[in-house]
Design a protein around this ligand. Structure first.
Ligand code: BEZ
Length: 211
């Protein structure tokens, strides 16, 4: 059965390129991006894992840890990291899980047999400090992920956790946001003192409250 938004991310203990980790303990009070890739020593995956390393500062600023997984071995991951560092001009400083026995792969439903019987799909899970799944996306093997979008969603999730707002289509950090439907229009001036616009009774915008 596939994992759904709001489910607790399954906990596990795994061998990684940074030693053995127990997932929930490793997440601690951070957010986590847990992402699978089809195979080591493949072109798109090389750019993806390099990009995540290059985005270290952006993830750190948001209190986000990153962790990758495939069914390759630890030996393979460790050899491949050298290529990623060299070709993507970065340092992969986050753990990559080795899951040759498909234990975690099966927990997270990362083999989609009609796509590939053997390789993990390109899935992304954003997990909150409460260990609940906040987002899942699965891409085809031939399409590299857009990690700017992952950062954008994290910004939205972290904002909407703390304020009664939602973020509109193509929103970027710093732009106006939508007042949540649960907020009565009469209460908006008290909750959002920066002001608001009412386009329709259900369509109300306000400046991003934490900027
Ligand atoms: C890649 O990472 O380039 C890739 C992996 C599996 C299938 C197709 C492409």
């Amino acid at each position: 059965m596939s994992l759904k938004l709001g489910d607790t991310a399954p906990d596990f203990t795994a061998q990684t390129t940074q030693g053995t980790i127990t997932f929930h303990e490793w997440i601690g009070n951070s957010w986590a991006v847990f992402f699978s890739h089809p195979a080591d020593f493949t072109p798109v995956c090389t750019t993806e894992l390099g990009t995540v390393a290059q985005y270290r500062e952006a993830f750190n600023q948001r209190n986000v840890k990153t962790i990758a997984i495939s069914v390759d071995t630890l030996e393979s991951h460790n050899k491949w990291i050298k290529d990623i560092n060299e070709t993507q001009r970065t340092i992969v400083d986050y753990p990559i899980i080795a899951d040759p026995n498909l234990v975690i792969t099966n927990l997270y439903d990362l083999i989609h047999p009609n796509a590939s019987e053997t390789a993990t799909v390109r899935s992304v899970f954003i997990i909150g400090p409460d260990k609940k799944i906040k987002l899942t996306i699965t891409y085809p093997a031939s399409t590299g992920r857009n990690f700017d979008e992952i950062i954008r969603v994290i910004d939205s999730l972290q904002l909407t956790t703390n304020y009664s707002v939602a973020t509109p289509a193509n929103w970027k950090n710093g732009e106006d946001v939508m007042v949540a439907p649960a907020v009565k229009t009469v209460d908006i001036p008290y909750i959002f003192p920066k002001g608001f616009k009412e386009v329709k009774p259900y369509l109300r915008t306000t400046p991003q409250p934490n900027k």
